[in-house]
Each structure stands twice: as C-alpha cells, then as structure tokens.
Ligand binder design. Structure first.
Ligand code: BGC
Length: 350
C-alpha cells in the first residue's frame, strides 16, 4: 500500500499504535514498522525547470541531504538523479518518459509550465510511478487525474499578505513611507514569471493587505523580471530613470529580483533601504545579509529546506512502498502539503 498525506496526528500516539517515525528526514511521516522495507535500493528522479534558480536549487540540496541521511539510517541504497529541463517543457516531457522507461521508483517534478501537467500525469499513471510535484502548482483538474500525484508547496497568498504586513509594521513603528505626503503609497512591483501562481497571488495579496489596512496605494509600474536578478536590475534602472524619488516602496515577488533592485539603486546612488524600502520573498542567505546591512526592509521565508525535506520524505515512502501518515503539524490533505511562510526583518534576524 502506498502512503497518502493524512491530517496531522500527534507524534506520541504512534508509539502506542505500534508505528514509528523514522529518524532524520523521514520523520515527517510515521511509518508502520510492521511493513518491512521491500527494497534494498530505491531510485528517485528529480526534474527541475532549470538548475540556475537559487531557490529551486536550495530545495534540491535539501532533498539530497535528506537522501544521504536516510541512506545511513535505513541501510537502503538511495539514488537521487537530477535532470535540468532548461526552461523547456517538451524537453521535460522527454526526460520524464526516460525515467519511466528506466522504471524509477518515484519522481519529483518541478514543472516548466504548471498548466502542462496533464500528459505527464497520464504517462506516470500508466506506468504506476508516483509523483510529487513541487513549487509550480498544477491546476486541480490535473491533480485529480490520479491518486498518486501529490503537491508540496507554500500558499502564495500568504507570502503576499506577509509582505504587506512587513510594510504596515514598519509604518506603525514610525517609519515614514509616504515621502511626498500625498496620502498614497507609490510602489513598483517586480514580478516573477507570468502565469506562475506565486507571481499572480503574491502581487495581488501584498497590495490587498495594504489596502485592507486602510492605506491608499498607486502602482507606478509593475512588470515581470522572470524571477531573475539581472533582469530585475535592468528593470529597476529603467524605473529609477523614469520615476526617481517618486518610488516609495519596491515590492518584489522574490529575493533574487529584490537583490537585483538593490544593485540598481546602488548604481544610481540610492545607498540603502532607508531611501526606498525593498521587500522580497524566499529568505535567501544574501537577502538576509542585505536586511542586516539595511539594504532591504524584510523578506518572507519560503522554507526551501523544509519543502525539500517533505518532498524527500514523500518520495522515499512512495518509492519504498511503505504506508505512512503525515505527523507534523503542517496543513495537509490527501494530495497537498503546505509549508508555512514566516516574516523576516532585522528585528528577528540574529
Ligand atoms: C520562488 C522563486 C523561484 C520560483 C521558481 C518561487 O516560489 O519564490 O524564487 O524563482 O518559485 O518557480
């Protein structure tokens, strides 16, 4: 029997019920020890939309670290093979066909195009290879095509709301954001890929949070920089040229683009975030450094390490044919698991 996400249970209960939680990375799930591991070797594939995205690579690194830990604990050989889809959905489809042909035990998929999951799901279903999709959320119709398709991610709306909250908290603590005193916050928004759930919902909910708190806002400009630092820098240089000091806040759908905006500001002589506050999302190390150095007002932790741990746990259990129950207090259903975000500002950074 294969594992399914179940509503959170209290860990101690499993001792009494005869289940154990594996130590290390698989301890997100309680595994029934009466079902012996049926394989001495498992092979999982991890297919990434591209391998240059720092956030996605952090998830991948966490998957690999967990596999290494688990191998030591379980004495099962665990092979994790990674494939780079190079922003190309048809290449990704071919790569997944290859993994199916080679009979991988389970596959983690970071879709290139999140609305293109349907064919992939048909193929893995035929081959009975379970998949865990992550970071780029398929539409529900595709998710519902087969029981053994899972999604692990974070709620995009929550990240946007938290960005709004970072700004509201700063205002409440006396920070003057409305530089020109017109009663309206003039902002620019650096957006991720068009069509990505994290671009659409983060942008929408960050502004909604501000407006719901009674602030008036005005978008001077919003445009995609495709999650990328270099593109964001160029965009920001263009916007500084156009709007100069009129920009009162820079909201960015991720930290990479926020870091690009910082470089642009620095080049143009805006020396720190006290001039124009910048808020990102992800919690990348360089963003944390920028916050400490007063170059960024804050970010929202999109917990890549924990997402990687959850993805590995699910893959492992699926691949090993163990039954499992989800035990940590994360929001989950049979098919979805959500890792919560967290606000990061200078105040809670050590
Ligand atoms: C992250 C971005 C990343 C994107 C890739 C988002 O959740 O915040 O940094 O580029 O996922 O799909």
């Amino acid at each position: 029997m294969r594992g399914k996400f179940k509503k959170a249970f209290l860990l101690f209960l499993f001792g009494a019920l005869g289940g154990v939680s594996l130590a290390g990375c698989s301890n997100l799930f309680a595994v029934d020890q009466t079902e012996a591991l049926q394989k001495t070797e498992i092979r999982v594939g991890v297919v990434l939309y591209n391998t240059e995205d720092p956030f996605v690579m952090r998830i991948y690194d966490s998957i690999v670290a967990c596999a290494e830990q688990e191998e030591e604990i379980s004495h099962t050989k665990i092979i994790v093979d990674v494939l780079d889809s190079e922003y190309n959905q048809s290449l990704q489809n071919t790569q997944i066909e290859q993994l199916i042909k080679e009979k991988y035990d389970a596959i983690a998929i970071n879709l290139v195009d999140r609305v293109e999951a349907s064919n992939i799901i048909d193929k893995v279903k035929d081959a009975e290879i379970p998949i865990v999709i992550f970071n780029r959320e398929p539409v529900p119709q595709d998710m519902n095509k087969w029981n053994e398709v899972y999604y692990i991610g974070s709620h995009a709306a929550e990240a946007g709301e938290m960005q709004g909250k970072i700004l509201l908290d700063a205002i409440q603590k006396g920070r003057k954001i409305d530089k020109n005193g017109d009663g309206i916050i003039q902002y620019v928004m650096l957006e991720g890929e068009p069509g990505h759930q994290d671009s659409i919902l983060r942008s929408y909910h960050s502004i909604k949070a501000l407006e719901e708190a009674g602030l008036k806002t005005e978008s001077l400009a919003m445009d995609t920089a495709m999650w990328q630092r270099a593109q964001a820098k160029d965009k920001m240089l263009e916007w500084i040229e156009k709007f100069g000091n009129k920009v009162e806040v820079i909201l960015s759908n991720n930290d990479e683009m926020a870091l690009g905006a910082i470089t642009a500001l620095e080049e143009k002589g805006y020396l720190d975030e006290k001039t124009i506050p910048i808020i990102g999302i992800d919690g990348l190390d360089q963003a944390l450094e920028a916050i400490k150095a007063d170059k960024m007002l804050g970010t929202v932790l999109n917990n890549a390490d924990e997402q990687g741990r959850a993805i590995f746990s699910k893959l492992y259990i699926l691949a090993a044919n163990k039954s499992s129950q989800f035990v940590l207090d994360y929001q989950s259903t049979d098919k979805y698991l959500w890792i919560p975000h967290q606000i990061i500002t200078k105040e809670n950074l050590k």
